[in-house]
Design a protein around this ligand. Structure first.
Ligand SMILES: [Zn+2]
Length: 456
C-alpha cells in the first residue's frame, strides 16, 4: 500500500475530507461532487454566522483549535502524500459528432498538461494527463461517433489516462487546451477518420518521450497550394442505391459513379487542376464522410453528383443546388430531405450534426464560402445554357447535409431526372455524359481563373 492509498483510506471528520476523498479516488461522480462542494460552502457560511454570534475570544479559541487540529492531521499524513500535488479536477465532459468527425471536450478546474499517442490493433488514441479526478457522470463520455469505447482513470499517483478506442483509423486534427470564460479550462480533442496507412504512420513516427499533441486551427487544415483541387462526389453507393431509372431500372448510384469518373478525367485535363473521387467503387459513404474526405484532400471545390426522381414524370433537365437553411422552393426542400435520408437508410443516425458548429470563425468562413458556392453554381448554369437541358430556375437551394463543409465552396448537381424516360436515356448516353462533363469542367475552369485573379 502506498502513501496515496492511505490518504484515501484515512478518516477525516470534516466536510472537506469528503471532497478530498472523492477527488483523490477519481470516481466519476458528477452530481455527487457538486453536492460535496455545496456542502463545504454551506459549512463555511454556517461557521461565519456562528462567529458573529460569539465573543472575540471565543472565535480566537476556535481558530486556535482548528489550527491545532489541522496540524495534527498533517503530522498523521505520510510525507510523500503531503508532497504529492493535488490532482486536477475534470468536472464535466461531452462528446459529439459522427462516423467521420468526433469532438470530445473535457473541462478542468486548472490548466492540464497532456500528451497524445496512438496505439494500433485496435486503433486507439491515448491521452496522458497528470493525476486527475474525473468528477463527471460516466454517461457524459458514452462512446459515440468514431469511438466505440472511451475509458479514463488513474494510472498511478502522478498520472491519469484517457483511452479512446476507435471504430476505424483516426487522427486528432486538433488537440489543445482552451480557456473557458469562468477561469477554468477545456481540453478539446477533434478526431477525424483517416486512412489505415496514415494511422500506421502516426503509430510508427510518434515518440513516447515527447508530447505528440497537434494544436492546429481547424480552418488552417485546408492548406493553400498552387493546385486547384476538386472533390468529385458520386452520390449514393453501396447499400444506398439512390433513385431508380424509370425505364431501365438503373440505380442512381451507378450513374453518378460513371459520371463522376468522366468529370474527374475532364477536370484533370485542365492545367493546374486536380480532381479526386470521394468514392471510386460501389461502397457506402456517409454524408459526413464525404465532406471529411473533401477537406482531407484539401479540396478547393466540392461537387456532388445526383440524378433523382420526381413524382411529376414530365419534369426534366439539370438543377444546381447550393446550401441554405431555407429552401428556395418545395421541390428543393423535398429533394434535400430525401438526400439527407441517405445516412439513415444505411443504418446511421443523423441526429448529430458537426460538433459545436456555432463557432464564430466557422460561421464567418461559412458565409464567405456560401458566396463562392453561389458563384460556382452561376458558372455551371451559364455553361449549360443552350447546351444542356435545364429546369426552370436552375439554381435552387436547400439544406443538403453533404454541402455543409464550412470552408469548401460546394454544389450539388442533379444532372437530370431518372423519373423522366428521356432524361434517363441521356443519363445513360456516353456522348451526352462527355459533353456535360466538359461543360462542368469549363465552369470550374472559369471559376478557378476568377478565384486566382482575385488572389484566392
Ligand atoms: Zn441522389
Amino acid at each position: 500500500m502506498d502513501g496515496r492509498e492511505r490518504v484515501v483510506d484515512s478518516h477525516f471528520p470534516t466536510c472537506k475530507c469528503l471532497l478530498e476523498r472523492a477527488l483523490r479516488c477519481g470516481f466519476p461522480m458528477g452530481g455527487g461532487f457538486l453536492n460535496a462542494s455545496f456542502g463545504l460552502r454551506a459549512g463555511v457560511k454556517a461557521s461565519a454566522v456562528e462567529a458573529r454570534g460569539m465573543g472575540r475570544n471565543g472565535v480566537l479559541a476556535r481558530i486556535a483549535f482548528a489550527l491545532l487540529f489541522l496540524a495534527g492531521l498533517a503530522a498523521m499524513l505520510p510525507a510523500p502524500a503531503r508532497a504529492a500535488e493535488k490532482p486536477l479536477l475534470a468536472f464535466s465532459a461531452r462528446v459529439a459528432g459522427d462516423d467521420a468527425r468526433t469532438r470530445i471536450v473535457i473541462d478542468f478546474e486548472q490548466k492540464p498538461e497532456f500528451s497524445v499517442h496512438y496505439v494500433a490493433a485496435p486503433e486507439r488514441v491515448i491521452i496522458d494527463l497528470p493525476a486527475t479526478a474525473f468528477g463527471f457522470p460516466a454517461e457524459n463520455l458514452s462512446p459515440r461517433g468514431l469511438f466505440r469505447d472511451i475509458r479514463y482513470g488513474t494510472m498511478d499517483e502522478t498520472s491519469a489516462r484517457i483511452v479512446l478506442t476507435a471504430r476505424k483509423p483516426v487522427k486528432l486534427a486538433l488537440a489543445e487546451v482552451q480557456p473557458n470564460d469562468d477561469g477554468s479550462y477545456r481540453l478539446v480533442l477533434d478526431a477525424e477518420m483517416t486512412s489505415g496507412e496514415a494511422f500506421a504512420e502516426l503509430v510508427k513516427t510518434q515518440s513516447w518521450d515527447m508530447p505528440a499533441a497537434p494544436a492546429r486551427d481547424p480552418l488552417a487544415m485546408v492548406e493553400k497550394d498552387d493546385v486547384f483541387t476538386v472533390a468529385v462526389d458520386a452520390g449514393h453507393g453501396g447499400i444506398d442505391a439512390g433513385a431508380t431509372g424509370a425505364g431501365t431500372k438503373t440505380p442512381e448510384k451507378t450513374i453518378t459513379l460513371a459520371f463522376a469518373r468522366i468529370l474527374a478525367d475532364r477536370l484533370n485535363r485542365i492545367d493546374g487542376v486536380k480532381a479526386f473521387l470521394t468514392r471510386d467503387d460501389d461502397t457506402f459513404l456517409s454524408l459526413s464522410e464525404r465532406v471529411t474526405l473533401a477537406r482531407q484532400g484539401h479540396a478547393d471545390l466540392f461537387i456532388s453528383l445526383h440524378a433523382d426522381t420526381l413524382a411529376q414524370k414530365d419534369i426534366r433537365g439539370a438543377t444546381v443546388y447550393t446550401l441554405s437553411d431555407r429552401a428556395s422552393d418545395r421541390m428543393a426542400e423535398n429533394l434535400a430531405a430525401r438526400e439527407n435520408l441517405s445516412d439513415e437508410l444505411a443504418g446511421f443516425s443523423i441526429k448529430s450534426g458537426p460538433p459545436e458548429v456555432a463557432d464564430i470563425l466557422l460561421d464567418l468562413a461559412r458565409r464567405e464560402t456560401q458566396a463562392f458556392s453561389t458563384a460556382l453554381a452561376a458558372n455551371v448554369v451559364e455553361s449549360f445554357e443552350g447546351q444542356v437541358g435545364l429546369i426552370n430556375n436552375p439554381h435552387r437551394y436547400a439544406g443538403f447535409q453533404v454541402l455543409r463543409a464550412p470552408d469548401i465552396p460546394s454544389v450539388l448537381l442533379e444532372l437530370g431526372f431518372l423519373s423522366n424516360e428521356e432524361d434517363e436515356k441521356l443519363l445513360l448516353d456516353e456522348s451526352w455524359r462527355g459533353k456535360v462533363a466538359e461543360r462542368i469542367a469549363d465552369a470550374v475552369r472559369r471559376y478557378r481563373d476568377r478565384a486566382v485573379q482575385n488572389g484566392g
